[in-house]
Design a protein around this ligand. Structure first.
Ligand SMILES: Cc1cc2nc3c(=O)[nH]c(=O)nc-3n(C[C@H](O)[C@H](O)[C@H](O)COP(=O)(O)O)c2cc1C
Length: 201
């Protein structure tokens, strides 16, 4: 395979979109679209801009919900892509972002009360994870820097429609996550194969 060198500023090579809900200081909630995340067992690792309202909230109130939209929801996410819950808008985002008090409303999404006392869930998302911050590392304190959050899941709520009736687990044939790849939105294509090793649930 022939390769070429290209600038490596943004390597959004294809990860699921999540809507992270956090609590503002006045008790209202804020919804942050993000895609720099991965999970291992019942921990989630999230990369969030240092100057985001999500980070501001998590520094003071370390509870969150991580809501995973299905591919068909991409336009709801795109409706809130140019907003921040931070007021005033940080200087480095001022040209491209505006303040939004209620991103649920702009996205056309519905709040669902969390069962464990944290911020709202997003009713339309087939997977909703209530979590608490475990560790938080500031990679850079420059306004354009970011932080790495490790959060521990407390409970996972899954829509009945994506559950396999036999196993009681999420059925990958029924779950179509929204994937963000090089600034474009995608669903999953058809299954290519299955891991041979059996996995404990
Ligand atoms: C599809 C998508 C993926 C994004 N991924 C991330 C991400 O992984 N981390 C991040 O900090 N911002 C990400 N953003 C940008 C934030 O949503 C944006 O900075 C927003 O203003 C933050 O909102 P907040 O300030 O209200 O928390 C993404 C935006 C979109 C639309």
């Amino acid at each position: 395979m022939k390769t070429i060198r290209i600038p490596a500023r943004s390597m959004y090579y294809g990860t699921p979109v999540a809507l992270v809900c956090t609590e503002n200081s006045d008790g209202s909630d804020n919804l942050t679209p993000m895609s720099s995340s991965w999970s291992l067992r019942d921990f989630l690792v999230l990369g969030l801009g240092s100057a985001s309202q999500a980070m501001e909230n998590l520094r003071h109130r370390p509870r969150l919900t991580v809501n995973l939209p299905s591919a068909e929801m991409w336009e709801s996410i795109e409706r809130i892509a140019a907003f921040t819950g931070k007021n005033p808008v940080p200087d480095h985002k001022a040209g491209q972002f505006s303040y939004c008090r209620d991103k649920f409303e702009v996205a056309g999404l519905t709040r669902l009360t969390s069962t464990e006392g944290g911020p709202s869930r997003v009713a339309e998302c087939p997977i909703q994870i209530e979590a608490v911050v475990n560790t938080m590392t500031d990679v850079s304190d420059d306004p354009e820097g970011f932080s790495v959050i490790i959060a521990k899941a407390i409970v996972l709520h899954a829509a009945v429609g994506i559950i396999n009736e036999t196993s009681g687990q999420i059925d990958p044939a029924k779950w179509d996550p929204l994937v963000f790849s090089y600034r474009t939105y995608h669903g999953l294509g058809p299954e290519l194969g299955c891991m041979a090793r059996s996995v404990r649930s």
